[in-house]
Design a protein around this ligand. Structure first.
Ligand code: PMP
Length: 424
């Protein structure tokens, strides 16, 4: 079957109008216009099932987990642990013990940098990242370098924002200990070749950390197929709550790693002389977690699974293709990274970064806002990526499966208005 046939086949039952009914926030006027929400890379909207799960927890189930003998505590513990098991299946991890609840991608990566990095790296060891990483996948490694004397190496990207595998292979050496890359870039949408990156890293004995913040919302993710050692993502970017996320860690590695934070829940025994730590994953989950968040994250994952990650990716690709065609026709608009080549569209998620001759990205964002169109303008927490493309900032329209072709039309109309207002 051709890719196009596969796509249209998998789209046969994708009813975007029906999907939109599940997202109450989408049905409102902003400045007297229908809201067009195209800031999904920053955070996604929540389906009613996720909102209900939070409300149900606080309304009927609220109790602290893992320690109460009473009914409510046991119910809440059951729901929280069921969420963990559900997320394990979603990622195809080998065991529930490999699923660690964290606050989000940022905390997941910091946990690996502190715990794995702090106990395995020494002076002159090397950490490899790419040029287009989010600050969350740069600064934890810089801090680790400052603590250990390790050295940060950066893989360049080409003018389309594509990860340069040959340059990467040439950077790897026997001192490389950690390779940390985004599954997909939040600034450009480029999907990195994680499987190949992992294979080459493992050949050198390095571990692979994947920043999955923009992977999970748009792509099917199978951590065993990717063969990564760590994979972090944020609940709020995958239609779940803020303040909760997941770090997947390969059991053989996380078993040997020291705790990241100390406190309640992460111990077996405590005395002033000696403390012993709980088994996985509790060893990495000190203190009371975001219980409602974990439970509602299960609802979000159920929602995405019911739609089907492959169908989501296929539908978003049609939107992306449409958007690129439309935006390419606008005077003075320059797409940044991931050039609009047909054969490259399957290589990126629904993120479109651009600049316009007529106006600064912030002014463009403001004009679009008056039209009810929500986009992001700025450096997207990826200043080195902006520097690579010689711009201080871009406008970023980022898609989700509830966006429509009509909304892309509204974006394009807003951008034509920018040209009218600023005389471009
Ligand atoms: N990495 C990427 C690629 C992201 O897009 C983001 C969020 N913009 C993060 C990391 C950080 O995610 P969070 O703020 O949810 O921890």
């Amino acid at each position: 079957m051709t890719r196009a046939a596969e796509t249209s086949g998998s789209l046969l039952c994708f009813d975007v109008d029906r999907v939109r009914e599940d997202f109450p926030v989408l049905h409102q006027k902003i400045r007297d216009r229908d809201l067009v929400y195209l800031d999904n890379a920053a955070t996604t909207q929540k389906p009613q099932t996720v909102i209900d799960a939070i409300s149900r927890y606080y309304g009927q189930q609220n109790a602290n987990i893992h320690r109460g003998v009473h009914y409510l505590s046991q119910e809440a513990t059951f729901a929280y642990e069921r969420a963990r098991a559900r997320i394990r299946l979603f990622l195809n991890a080998a065991a529930n013990a490999e699923i660690i609840f964290v606050r989000g991608t940022t905390e997941g990566i910091n946990l690996v940098a502190h715990s794995y990095g702090g106990s395995n790296l020494k002076e002159n060891d090397e950490i490899v990242i790419s040029h287009t990483e989010h600050h969350s996948n740069i600064i934890p490694w810089q801090l680790l370098c400052a603590r250990t004397g390790a050295i940060l190496r950066v893989v360049p990207v080409d003018d389309d924002g594509q990860f340069l595998l040959e340059e990467y292979a040439a950077l790897l050496n026997d001192r490389t200990r950690i390779v940390a890359v985004a599954h997909a870039s939040n600034a450009l949408g480029t999907i990195n070749p994680v499987r190949e990156i992992a294979r080459l890293a493992h050949d050198r004995g390095a571990v692979v950390v994947v920043d999955g913040a923009q992977g999970v919302p748009h792509l099917p993710v199978d951590v065993r197929d990717l063969d990564c050692d760590f994979y972090a993502f944020s609940g709020h970017k995958v239609f779940g709550p803020t303040g909760v996320g997941i770090l997947y860690g390969r059991k053989s590695l996380i078993d040997a790693m020291p705790p990241y934070e100390g406190g309640g829940s992460m111990i077996k025994t405590v005395s002033f002389e000696e403390t012993t730590y709980a088994d996985l994953p509790a060893k990495f989950e000190a203190g009371t977690p975001h219980i409602a968040g974990g439970i509602a994250l299960e609802s979000a994952i159920d929602y995405v699974t019911a739609l089907g990650p492959e169908r989501i990716a296929a539908y978003e690709t049609t939107l992306l293709e449409y958007a690129i065609d439309l935006l390419s026709e606008i005077d003075g608009l320059r797409l940044i990274g991931a050039a609009p080549k047909r054969d490259r569209i399957g290589d990126r998620v629904g993120v479109i970064s651009f600049v316009m001759e007529a106006a600064h990205p912030h002014d463009i964002g403001t004009i679009l806002d008056t039209e009810g169109v929500a986009v992001r303008a700025g450096h997207h927490c990826a200043q080195p990526a902006m520097a690579r493309f010689g711009v201080p900032a871009t406008v970023r329209a980022s898609l989700a499966f509830y966006n429509t072709h009509e909304e892309i039309d509204a974006l394009a109309a807003g951008l034509r208005k920018v040209n009218e207002v600023f005389g471009g």
